[in-house]
Design a protein around this ligand. Structure first.
Ligand code: AMP
Ligand code: MG
Length: 426
């Protein structure tokens, strides 16, 4: 039995970063950029107004106050997307909307609230003039040309992960498509004679195949493209037949059929069609995990055999399949985000494996607190659904007592993390 770290290192050695593909920017969320992006334009393209108001020469507002407004002649109006037809000269102002280019001659914008426009409008006053109620300095409420992005500058480096703001930047630079590392295709095969596909009647003694769905959702969450191969029976020939449909993938994942039972045939398939690289990992749940490759002509496809129990399948996916997907995607950081939490329950470690206990993590003040989600059987999928983290109890720790500090891998950063008394008021 090897450690989680050894297993991960071995597994990752079989994966490489995938090739690049050019795609519409909206399909690239969380993918890794493989080209440097330079800006061909200035953003903003021209000096423009940050407020609705009046474009003026700051010098013309000198000494203005509520009791003694400076009166300027309004000579034009300019909205976002168009250019003013006139120049602001001494004693004049141009009414301007947010985002509209600053007219030449003007050097600042006085917002409506600092003028007497409302009073003039409500009293049917003369709108050909405007009273400025406040002295302003040069540049007030002006967004300068190129202040966000300067033309010619390197804006996004190769290797950047495209988050919503980077996708927005690509759009603001006018890129409809971009070169990114492609998403890995992950074929998923559930094994077991006891399994029935959802949507079908459930005969006595059978259970629905849930693993394909939880695994496919995990693949999607971490940026891969799941390809569900269905259910294989507990025979080498059945698994071979199903796996043949998935050999175009970058990775194969099976669930079930890897423990010591008479019908656990995934290892036999690996031995027959490729090689077994590892089997059994010092963890709980997840001990019977297997990994190897299947050879298909020139191609060698890594196969990760996850245990069948629904919690084991999900936990081992997090430890091994997630990093493999992230590596193929060109990401650099494979570690799950974690916190140190004060555990509220005793957890005994009877056989020296690393325990991944399902916990609910909540934050009170600066501290994180973790509670077990209830019975921890590896078949109890609801214990996973209630959890937002996995408390990691090291293999050499015999017992963790309530009040001890444990490391918790975070599965979700949901609002559950914050205790009731700290919830943000919307
Ligand atoms: P195995 O690793 O094949 O011995 O499976 C262990 C247990 O996990 C089985 O007895 C089933 O109860 C359960 N199991 C296996 N495959 C699935 C699946 N695809 N969906 C839900 N439960 C499963
Ligand atoms: Mg089975």
């Amino acid at each position: 039995m090897i450690s989680v770290e050894q297993a991960l290192e071995e597994i990752l050695s079989y994966f490489a970063v995938l090739e690049a593909e050019e795609k519409p920017i909206l399909d690239c969320l969380d993918q890794v950029l493989v080209e440097d992006i330079y800006s061909a334009i200035d953003i903003p393209p021209l000096d423009n107004s940050a407020m609705d108001g009046f474009a003026v020469r700051a010098v013309d507002t000198r000494g203005a106050c509520e009791s003694s407004p400076k009166i300027l002649t309004v000579i034009d109006e300019v909205a976002a997307g168009s250019l003013a037809g006139r120049e602001v000269e001494s004693g004049t102002a141009i009414r301007i909307m947010t985002g509209a280019p600053l007219p030449s001659g003007a050097d600042s914008v006085v917002q409506f609230e600092d003028t007497d426009e409302v009073v003039r409008k409500s009293s049917g006053g003369n709108l050909s003039h405007i009273g400025i109620l406040r002295q302003v300095g040069e540049g007030l409420n002006v967004r300068c040309k190129g202040e966000d992005i300067a033309g010619g500058a390197l804006i996004l480096r190769k290797g950047t992960v495209l988050h919503p703001s980077e996708i927005g930047i690509l759009a603001s630079l006018g890129h409809p498509t971009v070169l990114v590392i492609r998403r890995p295709v992950v074929s998923i095969l559930a094994t077991g004679d006891e399994l029935v596909e959802v949507g079908q009647p459930l005969p006595p003694g059978k259970i629905y195949n849930s693993n394909s769905y939880s695994i496919a959702s995990q693949v999607l969450r971490y940026g891969g493209l799941p390809k569900i191969l269905g259910i294989g029976h507990d025979s080498v020939s059945s698994l071979n037949e199903k796996l043949d449909e998935g050999l175009d993938a970058d990775m194969l994942i099976t669930s079930g059929g890897v423990s010591l039972g008479d019908y656990d045939v995934v290892k036999n398939v690996l031995a027959e069609r490729g090689e077994i690289a590892l089997w059994t990992v010092c963890m709980k749940p997840g001990k019977p995990s297997a990994f190897g490759v299947i050879t298909n002509g020139e191609k060698r496809i890594p196969l990760l055999g996850l245990p069948g129990n629904p919690v084991s399948s999900m936990v081992t996916f997090e430890q091994f399949a997630r990093p493999a997907i992230l590596k193929m995607l060109g990401k650099k950081n494979f570690a799950k985000p974690w916190v140190q939490a004060i555990i509220g329950d005793n957890v005994r470690n009877t056989d020296g494996r690393r325990i991944f206990a399902r916990v609910i993590v909540a934050k009170r003040g600066e501290r994180y607190y973790a509670r077990l989600t209830g019975p921890q059987g590896s078949g109890i999928l609801t214990s996973m659904a209630r959890a937002n983290g996995l408390a990691v109890i090291p293999e050499n720790t015999k017992e963790v007592k309530a009040g001890d500090i444990v490391k918790v891998q975070m599965l979700n950063w949901s609002e559950n993390l914050i205790l009731e008394d700290e919830k943000c008021v919307q």
